[in-house]
Each structure stands twice: as structure tokens, then as C-alpha cells.
Design a protein around this ligand. Sequence first.
Ligand code: COA
Length: 174
Amino acid sequence: MIKIVSIVPVSVNDVEKLQAISRVTFLQTFAAHNNEADMEAYINSSFSIDKLRDELNNSKSEFYFAHDAGMIVGYLKINTGEAQTEQKGINTFEIERIYVDSAYLGKKIGQLLLNKAINLATEKRTAYVWLGVWEENRRALAFYKKNGFIPFDKHIFKLGNDEQTDIMMKLELN
Ligand SMILES: CC(C)(COP(=O)(O)OP(=O)(O)OC[C@H]1O[C@@H](n2cnc3c(N)ncnc32)[C@H](O)[C@@H]1OP(=O)(O)O)[C@@H](O)C(=O)NCCC(=O)NCCS
């Protein structure tokens, strides 16, 4: 049983830990549905130390770890302004990643990370929070829908050489 899970900001000194949780949770989530070469290509380009360090140094991006008894069990990445992976207009807020370690799924850790994102977006007086989720990722789709996110578009996401459809969802805040 989870006792106290805390959500803490990630600093550039944590880049190796961020790389480890990013790789593990991405593999846990997608390895069963995708070929190894595509996964490898994506992980190597998206979760290199240099890329993650640049993202940690970007003042328009924020990362948070979920900690349980000193263990990193999940993380969140949000983007504002020009750090967003797509420009949606002034005052929008992207949740680029919410990942919980598979051993900890269904224990409300995702909810804590999402609440953190929504609180940050509210503090920043954001018009709406948006994200993209793979159309086959039923668990995440149900999670976002339950939290009031509504689909508004579809986009192609490239995993290695494989083109996949992401459902774009948003939550209006005002
Ligand atoms: C999606 C994810 C972040 C949800 O986090 P989680 O910790 O498993 O979910 P929680 O325990 O916080 O659940 C929060 C609420 O969502 C609901 N929910 C979670 N998974 C669900 C599912 N598969 N179907 C329906 N509802 C679901 C829960 O019932 C809960 O509602 P409740 O409070 O009424 O019980 C997590 O499953 C995850 O990390 N998945 C792998 C990575 C991933 O897909 N990330 C998203 C990429 S876009």
C-alpha cells in the first residue's frame, strides 16, 4: 500500500534519474505494441542525456517526480509558451508526459501528477490544458476522459519509422 507519495520538482542534477524513469516507463507502456527497432530509435533520440538536459534547462518546461519512500515511481513533464510541441495560441499549457511505473499503476499516482499539472496551469492563468495520447492507449484515454478532457483533433506521431495516430485532448480551465 502506498503511504505518502510526494511530487517534487526535477533539477538538472537529476538528469540520470530522469533518463532512467523515462526509459523504463516508455518501454513498459509501449514495448508490447511496437517493434524493437522503432522503440530503440525513439528512446535513443528522445531520452538522451543531452536532450533531457536541454529540456531541464528550458525555463518554459517543468518536470516533476513522484516519490514513494525515496523511490521514483513516476514523472510529469509540462510545457508552456514556445516549449510546447505544437503552438496552440497564447496562454495554453501542454502535458507532454505523465508516466507511472507499471508496478504502481492504479494507485492514484497518475492522479497526483495530473492534479499537479492542473494546479500549475491554473496558477499560470492558462486558457486550456492540452495533450496528445496514442489512440490505442485505452488506459490513458479513460484516465483523461474521467478527468474532463475532451478530444478535439487527431495528429500523426512518429515512433521510429512507424506512423501512429494521437488523439489530441483538452481541458478548458475558465
Ligand atoms: C495513465 C496513467 C498516468 C494513469 O495513472 P494511474 O496512477 O494508473 O491512475 P490513477 O490510479 O491515478 O487513477 C485515477 C483515476 O483514473 C481512473 N483510471 C485509471 N486507469 C483507468 C482505466 N484503465 N480505465 C478507467 N479508468 C481509469 C481511475 O479509476 C481513477 O479514478 P477513481 O479515482 O474514480 O478511482 C498511468 O496508467 C500510466 O502511467 N500509464 C502508462 C503511461 C501512459 O500511458 N501515459 C500517458 C501517455 S499520454
